[in-house]
Design a protein around this ligand. Structure first.
Ligand code: ATP
Ligand code: MG
Length: 310
């Protein structure tokens, strides 16, 4: 462990003044594209959360920026001196485990995974691995995590509450836990919603976005009613955000649907695509990019900033 820790990379705080990103109470749709400044919509009722925090990033729609959001928010908090654990709850081979493959220890050799936790073969603490980013840890997953969706009750006991109970065992060790879920509302996503206090919904533009989030909202409502009354939607992160009227309209519709949540534009950037292809965090390869600044601002609003690390 000592040798590994010697290699850890401190995640840089951005020295750019983040105040430029306005805080507003709604997005106006009449100002022309070029004159309009993006801002985060902050409801009057909104307050930064107390730590420790368990956050799930969800949307049953694929490719809307759940994984990028999980990773960039995690690194923003790590840069602020928080100890953050990312849980990859997506069996697809395009999730956090692949993004952090080269940077998570041990880089080769067998690792325990989230599936082992569901199957009672490991504790969450045993399946948590350090990454080269100081303060960032990962619970990895492989495609066989899919087994959990169809496992008989004799193999996986109470899948819905298993993650919550596993998290309770070492909750004092973490400031923030972020669970990146897959593009569906199956058992794994429900387990993540049951385990979390806060839900962040990632969306991208497209006519069906608002209707699509109806299913997440419905699932969140029924989880809140039956299994986890604490759960609340804390933010909608609008990834690949463009200043056009459609995006602004969708943002305002989301605000009506989720009136207590932040609406955060994570502005469009070609660097996001490159980072995604290279499987590197945007923060590390393009630190001044607009969406990275947006994630920083969202991180400061979601959890009050405290200790700053140089
Ligand atoms: N700010 C941005 N600007 C441009 N493109 C973006 C931005 N944020 C995300 N994207 C693009 O969105 C795509 C999907 O991102 P990501 O893999 O995080 O989605 P996902 O919801 O996790 O997908 P899945 O449901 O398959 O797990 C990526 O190709 C990425 O480049
Ligand atoms: Mg993903």
């Amino acid at each position: 462990m000592t040798a590994l820790q010697a290699q850890t990379v401190p995640v840089p705080m951005l020295d750019v003044d983040l105040e430029f990103l306005d805080i507003v109470t709604e997005w106006d749709t009449s100002t022309p594209f070029h004159q309009w400044r993006p801002g985060i919509v902050v409801p009057a009722t909104f307050r930064p959360a107390a730590l420790p925090r368990v956050i799930v990033v969800a949307n049953q729609k694929g490719g809307v920026g759940k994984t990028i959001t999980s990773l960039e928010l995690a690194l923003a908090w790590v840069a602020r001196g928080r100890r953050v654990r990312l849980i990859d709850a997506d069996p697809q081979k395009a999730g956090l485990t692949v993004w952090l493959k080269e940077t998570c220890y041990p880089a080769d050799g067998p690792r325990l995974t989230l599936r082992d936790v569901f199957y009672g073969k490991a504790t969450l603490a045993e399946a948590t691995y350090p990454t080269i980013y100081k303060g960032l840890y990962l619970v990895p997953s492989e495609p066989d995590l899919n087994d959990v969706e169809n496992a008989p009750p004799t193999k996986v006991l109470s899948p819905e509450s298993l993650l919550r109970d596993s998290l309770r065992a070492d909750e004092g060790d973490w400031d923030i836990t972020i669970i990146d879920s897959g593009p569906n509302l199956g058992k794994l996503t429900v387990a993540a919603l049951v385990a979390a206090q806060d839900a962040i919904i990632a969306i991208q533009d497209g006519g069906l976005e608002v209707e699509g989030t109806g299913s997440v909202l419905e699932t969140i409502r029924s989880v809140r009613k039956r299994l986890n009354p604490q759960l609340q939607v804390r933010a909608i992160i609008f990834t690949d955000f463009k200043k056009d009227k459609l995006c602004r309209k969708i943002g305002n519709a989301m605000f009506k649907a989720f009136p207590d949540a932040l609406i955060v534009p994570a502005r469009e950037s070609t660097q996001a695509g490159w980072a995604s292809l290279a499987k590197r965090p945007m923060r590390m390869c393009a630190p001044g990019e607009k969406p990275v600044l947006d994630y920083d601002r969202a991180a400061d609003l979601l959890v009050a900033p405290e200790q700053k690390v140089g």
